[in-house]
Write a protein that binds this ligand. Structure first.
Ligand code: ZN
Length: 338
């Protein structure tokens, strides 16, 4: 999801930093994008979105991939659903590839470069922006997708992360999102957050972000963009999502789900974004994404030599930029285990 230095600064887990060519990654690209050309036509009138209708009453589910064009695990999961001919047993199931223009530019030698074309697709989902005058590749796609997103009751939006980090389910701030994340059952960490100041995510759009609506959406961050483990988590979360909402045949779902992989889940309520005030922002030794800082007052980081301390017990670090934080930007979001 959000990354601060997507194209110019690469973060490593040791103490070195590298400023390298935009788009180049130090991480191994283990995944290969599927050929999605066969799914362009679809049946909805919107390219790369296909809706299967059971003909029976029930909710409309969507499994959506490539909101960010270089996040391959979701595309692989949706491609597999198509190839398995998965159909809903009630209601409707839509399979979707969102930022197909960015995906089409994916280059494994410059894998960071195809996150988006003009702007972040996942920051344009407010009515003001969608109805406004601005134009971009991503806004055009969001505007094209909007009529079907308006019909979706339950959305799983599959993502991955810039740097190595354990998987997290982004539930949004509302109880209904957290409840759905618990029904899905993976991954271990559920992150309840209010989104980003610089634009609205698809998972917060319309009824998904309205406590009075029955609709709900989840955004799963499956791991580092190109690691095999992210593909596996995308598959598991997809099938658990379909099963949780009773959308598919139980035996079919059971055959796909890794039943040994059910963690005890933790809900982390995001409380703050810690903003760096200097380039000299260093996390305390051993801390990384999903580290739990046990006690209020414990050191999280130093910022130009000044301590940054945990404001409360069991403070969880979410997607820290471990090295080379930029002044004025978020170094890490922190949350409280509920
Ligand atoms: Zn993403």
């Amino acid at each position: 999801m959000t990354t601060i230095a997507d194209t110019t600064i690469i973060t490593t887990t040791d103490t070195s930093t590298m400023t390298i060519k935009p788009g180049v990654s130090p991480y191994t690209v283990e995944l290969t994008p599927p050929d999605i050309a066969p799914y362009r036509q679809g049946n909805t009138g919107i390219d790369y979105i296909t809706t299967f209708d059971s003909g029976k009453p029930g909710p409309h589910l969507m499994v959506n991939a490539v909101t960010h064009g270089n996040e391959l695990c979701g595309a692989l999961a949706v491609d597999r659903l198509f190839k398995m001919n998965v159909r809903p047993k009630q209601g409707k199931l839509s399979l979707s590839f969102a930022n197909v223009e960015a995906l089409s530019r994916f280059d494994r030698n410059l894998p960071h470069a195809s996150r988006f074309v003009d702007e972040d697709f996942n920051r344009v989902w407010s009515p003001e922006t969608l109805d406004g005058p601005r134009q971009s590749v991503e806004l055009s796609r969001a505007r094209a997708m909007r009529p079907i997103i308006d019909q979706v009751d339950f959305l799983l939006d599959i993502h991955s992360m810039h740097d190595p980090h354990g998987p997290v389910m982004i539930s949004g701030p509302l109880a209904k999102g957290i409840a759905l994340a618990k029904l899905v059952g993976v991954p271990e960490f559920i992150v309840a957050d209010a989104g980003h100041a610089n634009g609205t995510r698809m998972r917060d759009y319309g009824g998904f972000g309205n406590a009075d609506s029955h609709k709900a959406a989840l955004l799963v961050e499956c791991g580092q963009h190109w690691e095999r483990a992210a593909e596996a988590l995308a598959w598991q979360s997809t099938w658990r999502f379909l099963r949780a909402l009773d959308a598919v045949d139980n035996d079919l779902a059971a055959a796909q789900i890794d039943h040994a992989g059910q963690p005890v889940q933790k809900v982390v309520r995001v409380t703050d974004a810690l903003i760096a005030s200097s380039l000299d922002y260093k996390f305390a030794p051993g801390l990384k994404g999903l580290s739990i800082v046990p006690n209020a007052g414990d050191l999280i980081a130093t910022d130009a030599g000044k301590p940054v301390n945990a404001p409360y017990d069991n403070c969880v670090l979410i997607m820290p930029t471990l090295v080379h934080v930029k002044p004025g930007l978020t170094a890490v979001r922190i949350g409280r285990v509920e």
